[in-house]
Design a protein around this ligand. Structure first.
Ligand SMILES: *Cc1c(COP(=O)(O)O)cnc(C)c1O
Length: 398
């Protein structure tokens, strides 16, 4: 049955992904089921999206209610879910102004536009530069791709937007070396996700923050993967108190409804994008914002951050133990429920094998196994995951 659907998919969809040979059908809690009824423990959460787990009744009901009321209005009018969602995002982040988008890449686009406009309003010049990090990932649209530090993703699509300079994460001197009179922003992921789970160090973030303050450069933090509770703080930058001027968020923001946002401080909000500068037809529509609004409520009601801190630490301990046992595991990176097992061998085979055994994991680069489970997982789920993974690590070693 599955084989036939896969053939149909390959005949109809543009081949931009090498998909795993599984047709997923439904989810329940931290488990997914394929159309043949096989059960999978999910440690990827749709790439860090489904934080609340599947079939969360309160979340689903909020969406169903909103569907029956009003799904879309356009941004020419106000709607209550968007107002509620914006207020809750402001409160959780300490940012002052929010723009809702439909994806992460679009949130990055908006952040870049806001930064350029901020600089343009200061000096009227049109040649401002942005510093981004090597090995970063910010999305697939032209602006976001232009600041993505992976030449392989960019090459066939050159030219990029231009005036982008790259520095090394956690090497402050390399950032300093790229600063010019034209620099308007530094953009970085607080924890690099796709690049292999590399956290920005507190020291590095603090130095970049100080540099930005001294030169009136805007600090844009991409919290699309590491934000929304994944590290045990609502946003990863809150763990070290380095506040961005602009923040991009998406993935778990809507827990499955396609929605993102960029948010900024009042200082940037009142000196950048204004009427007519930016827009979106769908962005911030009542359905997406009903999801966002409910997600923030449920994070509090269900004690999500507490769970991440508890179970995240346990996950770290378990992964450290694996790293000690297997010679081909180099190190464990990350924090909370965003972790990477960095190996000295390609991990694609291991990920395919755990999938056969009913465990969903993903990679981050060729040699890193990535762990982004729903934020509701328990220690027992971690034990179950480690059990399956261990079998496959044994095979890889043997
Ligand atoms: C996923 C991701 C993006 C892009 O988000 P899309 O919704 O896929 O456009 C940008 N930045 C980071 C850090 C991401 O993890």
């Amino acid at each position: 049955m599955m084989k036939q659907y896969i053939e149909e998919a390959e005949a109809a969809l543009l081949h931009t992904y090498n998909r795993y040979p599984v047709v997923l059908d439904r989810g329940d809690g931290v488990y997914l089921y394929d159309i043949e009824g096989k059960k999978y423990l999910d440690f990827a959460a749709g790439i860090g999206v489904f934080a609340l787990g599947y079939r969360n009744e309160k979340y689903n009901d909020a969406l169903k209610d909103q569907i029956d009321k009003l799904i879309h209005t356009s941004n020419y009018y106000y709607n209550i879910p968007a107002i509620e969602a914006a207020k809750k995002l402001k409160k959780a982040s300490g940012m002052d102004r929010v723009f809702f988008t439909n994806s992460g890449a679009e949130a990055v686009e908006g952040a870049l536009k806001a930064a350029r406009k901020y600089a343009y309003l200061k000096d009227g010049c049109r040649d401002h530069e942005i510093i981004a990090m090597e090995h970063s990932f910010h999305g697939r649209t032209f602006g976001a791709l232009s600041v993505t530090g992976n030449p392989h993703y960019r090459e066939a699509f050159e030219p990029m937007i231009g005036h982008i300079r790259f520095a090394e994460l956690n090497d402050f001197d390399s950032v300093l070396a790229q600063v010019t009179d034209k620099t308007c922003a530094v953009i970085l992921e607080t924890i690099q996700g796709e690049g292999g789970i590399y956290p920005a160090s507190e020291d590095f973030l603090k130095k970049v923050r100080t540099l930005c303050d001294e030169r009136d450069i805007l600090l844009i933090l991409d919290e699309i993967q590491c934000g929304m509770g994944r590290t045990g703080a609502m946003f990863a930058w809150q763990r070290c108190g380095v506040k961005p001027d602009i923040m991009a968020v998406a993935k778990a923001l809507g827990c499955g409804i396609p929605v993102g946002a960029f948010a900024m401080t009042e200082r940037v909000g009142s000196h950048s994008l204004t009427s007519g500068d930016h827009g979106t037809t769908y962005g911030g529509n009542p359905l997406a914002c009903a999801a966002v609004s409910r997600v923030f409520d449920l994070f509090e009601e269900e004690g999500i951050l507490e769970n991440v801190n508890r179970v995240g630490e346990y996950l770290g301990t378990c992964l450290d133990k694996l790293a000690e046992e297997y010679a081909f595991i180099e190190t464990v990176r990350g924090t909370g429920l965003m972790r990477g097992l960095a190996c000295t061998i390609p991990v694609g085979g291991i990920i395919s094998r755990v999938l056969e055994k009913g465990l969903i994991l993903i990679n981050a680069g060729a040699q890193v196994i990535r762990f982004l489970p729903p934020l509701i997982i328990s220690r027992e789920n971690v034990d179950e995951m480690v059990g399956i993974l261990r079998e496959c690590l044994d095979e890889a070693e043997g």
